[in-house]
Design a protein around this ligand. Structure first.
Ligand code: KG4
Ligand code: ZN
Length: 334
């Protein structure tokens, strides 16, 4: 069978990334240019600055990716791009680049939902086996998704308020840990002990999550201790927070696997890099005989390789778009 090469674009937040993926699973080349250091100065992503940096970087990143792969655009079968959700000014830069190349080189254009990309990052590790449950944990999402076949997404639950990554970043901010706080809180959690009394996030029979209560509890606790002149032991707070949120994520995920009689679990999104979450899931999945797949750390946070992997399956299913397609700041996974 002839190989299919996808040229993929991702620019939904603060990473400008271009990748070439063969047959939905072989990474030929990926370039990721992160703006993290720039936004760290402001304590979070500044949308206007992000889109300006995408504009400055995109052509350089495209050229570098093609050079790395030793390929020309003529060798590509289709062009995939994150159409949403994300920061609109950032999304538009990737979309415009993808549309321009699709028009100039007469290639099919394949729009990819950002979360479909995060899910398909797992296909770069090993072929995804269906049915599966995907635990999606990122800066903007916390969802449990049932997939019975390629590119079929059934959301069975998700956060009612803050996304898990967002909660990590806000907790980090209140204890003066620099943006993005998630990875540092994760590291600190292993250096501390679970000593702080924090509420258990929404522990009911549903597959929904709620992290705003525990986030507010951390903020209040820090402020109260400061007013009393007491010192916060940051590592212990990180450990207590991480335990509470990962326990509930793991509990509801394992319940979903049981109820839907599914034996494959994949984890997707930036928080899939979390060591506490990974080790708890590994332990539970071993006990319950569930096949667990987590992406390599470099594929957990935003990158275009995952968009190329998802884009391949979307392309095979004929999910192409014409040049009138627009980026969308919000859109559900379907
Ligand atoms: O998927 P992603 O790169 O961007 C979105 O699509 O949102 O996820 C970024 C989020 C940030 O909130 C970051 O703090 C969090 O993922 N994150 C982590 C870890 N690594 C990244 N959160 C907890 N533990 C980590 N190790
Ligand atoms: Zn993401």
């Amino acid at each position: 069978m002839k190989d299919t090469y996808i040229l993929a674009f991702e620019s939904s937040c603060d990473e400008t990334s271009v990748s070439i993926i063969k047959n939905g699973h072989d990474e030929i080349a990926t370039v990721v240019l992160t703006q993290m250091d720039i936004h760290a100065l402001y304590g979070g992503v500044v949308p206007e600055i992000a889109s300006r940096h995408h504009v400055e970087s995109i052509t350089i990143v495209i050229e570098e990716c093609l050079n790395k792969a030793g390929m020309k655009i003529e060798d590509i079968d289709a062009i995939a791009v994150t159409y949403g959700p994300g920061l609109i000014g950032s999304l538009l830069v990737g979309m415009q680049a993808a549309k321009t190349l699709a028009y100039l080189y007469n290639k099919p254009l394949v729009p990819v939902h950002h979360i479909a990309g995060h899910i398909y990052a797992n296909n770069l590790v090993q072929p995804m086996e269906f049915p599966l449950i995907a635990l999606v944990v990122s800066g903007g999402h916390t969802d449990l998704v049932l997939m019975e076949e390629d590119y079929s997404f059934k959301r069975i639950g998700g956060t009612l308020d803050d996304a898990i990554g967002e909660a990590y970043d806000k907790v980090a901010r209140v204890i003066n840990v620099p943006y993005p706080g998630g990875p540092l809180i994760d590291k600190m959690a292993f250096e501390g002990e679970d000593t702080y009394k924090l509420p258990i996030p929404l522990d009911d029979d549903s597959y929904n999550f709620s992290f705003s209560g525990i986030k507010s509890a951390v903020i209040n606790l820090v402020h109260n201790e400061e007013q009393r002149g007491n010192k916060i032991i940051k590592e212990n707070l990180a450990c207590s927070f991480q335990n509470r949120v990962t326990d509930i994520l793991v509990k509801k995920t394992m319940k979903a696997l049981k109820e839907y009689n599914v034996h494959n679990l994949i984890v997707a999104g930036g928080v899939a890099a979390n060591k506490g979450l990974r080790s708890k899931l590994e332990k539970e999945c071993k006990l319950e005989n569930i096949k667990l797949c987590v992406p390599d750390i470099k594929y957990c946070t935003d990158n275009a390789a995952m968009i190329g992997a998802a884009g391949y399956y979307a392309y095979k299913l004929g999910r192409t778009a014409d040049l009138n397609i627009n980026s969308k700041a919000n859109d559900s996974l379907k």
